[in-house]
Design a protein around this ligand. Structure first.
Ligand SMILES: Cc1cc2nc3c(=O)[nH]c(=O)nc-3n(C[C@H](O)[C@H](O)[C@H](O)COP(=O)(O)OP(=O)(O)OC[C@H]3O[C@@H](n4cnc5c(N)ncnc54)[C@H](O)[C@@H]3O)c2cc1C
Length: 460
């Protein structure tokens, strides 16, 4: 087999890469190597602001791509080895595929706590539909679970899981530290212990639709729990253990709860199940002839065109690490939105390089944006929302109304550098403009967050 472009991985990065290539290069052949018969596709794309988009993510049979684009063909197989000196790849089933350009979109896998290898039945991670099935099954029989991690997945589990005692182990001194500061964590306190999670606010963001019959191997995304009953067999109770990590796990015999966990602060907790939501690490389940360069976090290093160090091999999504000089207000996070943006941009770069065209980096890499939901609230993060990269030379302005909204502006030299918008604030567009245009806010002083003044009027 031979493709002008070969893309490996049927997750959001691989599919957006293949679709963008099909659009830009309708005369060229594109081969998508996908482990499964299902792929992730984006539908209902809607721009909330210039850089924040909402979209639905659907699982679809991979042949739907071939029906839509006559120049895409699918190979159901797993990449085993890249013979980069011959511009050829070899699959698990022994197929050989020649490429002119290759894009690696194999995603990542959960980075579990060290003890997981020893106790695979009791320590699990959540990544794809298979792992959720395992989780649901084990949860049904659990009275006490331990959740380790302080990012989006851990926060969602603590909020959504019902009828179980939860010990939540976080290494920071406040919860959900990946996304919010201690002030916002305080704002969420009431919701954490809520036994009946808030009614879902109207969601402007992407929604993953579960397909009961098929598994795709790709990462789950937002709202993965939407159609699931996440329920244990006890009364819900949440205890948070701050500034601690798991030091040791031991099996205890003849006990209703078979696992004993010792935390780094010496505390001991017994439980039935441990959910390790402690980040991801790029998939490295293939070999290369030449030496592929990886970054310290395990991702394949890519330059500003999403190129790896090996000739004509690109990478996008969770598998890669952005190794270029980032714009001031952007940084990488392994997120659905970035996987989609990188996949499409890698396609533009490969197509541009083939045509010998100049490639300008996409505007989406100018500012970090993330739209999510935490503890039932809509959350929008913009730019350097936690003061990332700013050292100590910045101010924070906060406006909050209990159970309604939490707005935080990060300001440096009177210019907005980042914002956290929790609740239905409708400030995302204005904040995006203030960050991108670096408008001087000195004349407005603290009034910028005065609730009696409609600040959007200032910037009409
Ligand atoms: C529970 C959960 C909740 C999440 N929530 C959010 C959220 O709210 N918002 C958000 O933005 N992001 C969220 N994410 C992260 C988001 O889902 C990922 O960042 C994104 O899906 C990554 O896409 P990807 O295409 O790079 O990788 P993946 O979706 O992992 O796709 C990789 C694909 O490559 C295939 N593959 C792997 N190795 C090979 C091989 N050797 N040969 C062939 N195929 C291979 C895999 O089977 C898979 O289909 C969440 C993730 C999880 C697990």
């Amino acid at each position: 087999m031979q493709g002008d472009f070969v893309v490996v991985g049927g997750g959001i990065a691989g599919v957006s890469c293949a679709e963008t290539l099909a659009f830009l290069q309708p005369e060229k052949t594109i081969i998508l190597v996908s482990e499964s018969s299902l792929i992730k596709t984006v539908t209902n794309l809607h721009a909330i602001t210039k850089t924040i988009v909402s979209f639905d993510v659907k699982e679809a049979p991979s042949n739907s791509l071939c029906e839509k684009y006559s120049n895409i063909s699918i190979v159901h197989d797993t990449l085993k080895e890249i013979l980069d000196d011959k511009m050829e790849l070899v699959t698990k089933n022994g197929a050989k595929i020649k490429y002119t350009y290759l894009c690696l979109c194999m995603g990542a896998e959960p980075k579990l706590i060290a003890q997981a290898e020893q106790f695979p039945d009791y320590i699990i991670g959540i990544r794809d539909t298979d792992s959720v099935d395992v989780f649901l099954d084990k949860l049904k029989h659990s009275k006490k679970i331990l959740v380790v991690g302080n990012g989006g997945i851990a926060s969602e589990i603590v909020y959504k899981v019902q009828d179980v005692q939860i010990n939540w182990v976080v290494k920071d001194n406040h919860i959900s530290a990946t996304f919010v500061d201690p002030g916002a964590a305080e704002f969420f306190q009431d919701s954490i212990h809520s036994k009946t999670p808030n009614a879902e606010p109207i969601s402007k963001r992407m929604r993953y639709q579960e397909d009961e019959l098929h598994k795709s191997g790709a990462a789950l995304g937002p709202d993965w729990y939407k159609s699931l009953v996440l329920s244990g067999s006890s009364e819900k109770q949440v205890t948070i253990h701050y500034k601690s990590e798991v030091a040791n796990v031991a099996k205890i015999d003849n006990n209703e709860h078979p696992i004993e966990v010792t935390l780094t602060n010496g505390e001991k907790i017994i439980c039935d199940l441990i959910v390790s939501a402690t980040g991801v690490t790029a998939r490295r389940n293939f070999k290369t002839t030449g030496m592929l360069h990886y970054s310290e976090d395990g991702g394949v290093k890519v330059d500003e065109y999403m190129r790896t160090n090996l000739t004509n091999i690109y990478a996008a999504g969770d598998v890669c690490t952005a190794n270029w000089q980032w714009a001031k207000h952007w940084f990488q996070m392994k997120l659905w939105t970035q996987a989609r943006q990188m996949g499409a941009y890698a396609a533009k770069s490969m197509s541009g390089h083939l045509n010998g065209e100049e490639i300008l980096q996409d505007f989406c890499f100018e500012i970090f944006t993330h739209s999510t939901k935490l503890f039932g609230y809509k959350v929008i993060l913009l730019g350097l929302y936690n003061g990332q990269k700013l050292g100590n030379q910045y101010e924070i302005l906060v406006r909050t109304t209990k159970s309604v909204e939490y707005i935080k502006f990060v300001i440096e030299n009177h210019k907005l550098q980042g914002a956290v918008l929790i609740g239905d604030t409708d400030l995302e567009e204005m904040c995006e403009n203030l960050i991108c245009n670096q408008i001087d806010l000195e004349p407005y002083g603290d009034d910028i967050l005065n609730p009696d003044i409609d600040i959007e009027d200032y910037f009409d």
